[in-house]
Ligand binder design. Structure first.
Ligand code: SF4
Ligand code: SF4
Ligand code: FES
Length: 216
C-alpha cells in the first residue's frame, strides 16, 4: 500500500509517494521522506509521543500533532494527504513556523508562577482544575486556528490557556493583577467561536477558559 503526501514548501506543493508500513504515523512518513528521498525537507519534532507540542501541522486544513496521527486512513483513502505549516505565523522554511510572537507575549506578561513566601494547602477539586489547565503543551494548534489572532493586539487562546492556570492558583502572588492586565489589554477580541476548543489535541478548551476569565 502507498501513502501520498502533498507538502507545502514555500509557495508550491511537492508530492511524495512512499510505502505505507504498519503503525506508521504522519511524522514517520515525514521522517521516511527526509531519510530516503529529500534530506532538505524541514519540519519540527522532538518527543514523538504527543507531549512536546513541536510537531503540529495543518493536515488537510486542520491542525494536528502529526506524531499522533495514524497514516493508515490516508493510505486506505488513496487520496493525497495535504500537509501545510500552521496558520497565523510566518513560515521559516517548509513546515517550520515562527512562534516567537506568542513566546514574547508570555515573557512580557510573566505567565509563570510567582510563588507566595509561605506554603498553603489547596482543595482537592481546585488542585484537579489546576492540573487540567496545565495540560497545554504549547503546540500552537489553537492559536493557528483562531480567526482573531491575525489582529496583533489579540493575545490568542494559547496565551489565555496559560494565564488561566495562574489565575485560579492561589499560590501565585500576582494572579489578580495578571487577570486585570489581561482583561484590560488582551482578551476582548475573543469571538467565543470555539474553534480553539475543537483544534486543541489536549482538550484544554481555551475558549471555555476564556469565558471563565471574562466572567470572573
Ligand atoms: S473562541 Fe476566541 S480564542 Fe478561541 S478561536 Fe474563537 S476567537 Fe479565538
Ligand atoms: S491550548 Fe491546546 S491547542 Fe492550544 S497550545 Fe495548548 S495544547 Fe495546543
Ligand atoms: S513530536 Fe512531540 S508532540 Fe509530536
Amino acid at each position: 500500500m502507498k501513502l501520498t503526501l502533498k507538502i507545502k514548501r514555500q509557495d508550491k506543493f511537492e508530492t511524495f509517494e512512499i510505502p505505507y508500513k504498519e503503525g506508521m504515523t504522519l511524522l514517520d512518513a515525514l521522517n521516511y521522506i527526509k531519510e530516503y528521498i529529500d534530506p532538505s525537507l524541514s519540519y519540527r519534532q522532538f518527543c514523538r509521543a504527543g507531549i512536546c507540542g513541536t510537531c503540529a501541522l495543518n493536515v488537510n486544513g486542520f491542525p494536528k500533532l502529526v506524531c499522533k496521527e495514524q497514516a493508515l486512513p490516508y493510505a486506505l483513502d488513496e487520496s493525497p494527504v495535504i500537509l501545510e505549516p500552521l496558520n497565523n505565523a510566518d513560515v521559516i522554511k517548509d513546515l517550520v513556523v515562527d512562534t516567537s510572537t506568542i513566546a514574547k507575549r508570555i515573557k512580557t506578561y510573566k505567565v509563570w508562577i510567582n510563588p507566595l513566601p509561605e506554603n498553603i494547602s489547596i482543595e482537592q477539586e481546585l488542585s484537579k482544575k489546576i492540573e487540567e489547565a496545565s495540560d497545554c503543551i504549547l503546540c500552537y494548534a489553537c492559536q493557528s486556528f483562531c480567526p482573531e489572532v491575525l489582529d496583533r493586539d489579540y493575545a490568542g487562546p494559547l496565551f489565555f490557556a496559560k494565564l488561566y492556570k495562574l489565575f485560579i492558583d492561589p499560590r501565585d502572588e500576582e494572579h489578580n493583577i495578571r487577570l486585570l492586565e489581561a482583561k484590560e489589554n488582551l482578551i476582548l477580541h475573543c469571538l467565543s467561536c470555539n474553534k480553539c476548543n475543537n483544534a486543541c489535541p489536549k482538550e484544554v478548551k481555551p475558549a471555555t477558559l476564556i469565558r471563565e476569565l471574562l466572567d470572573s
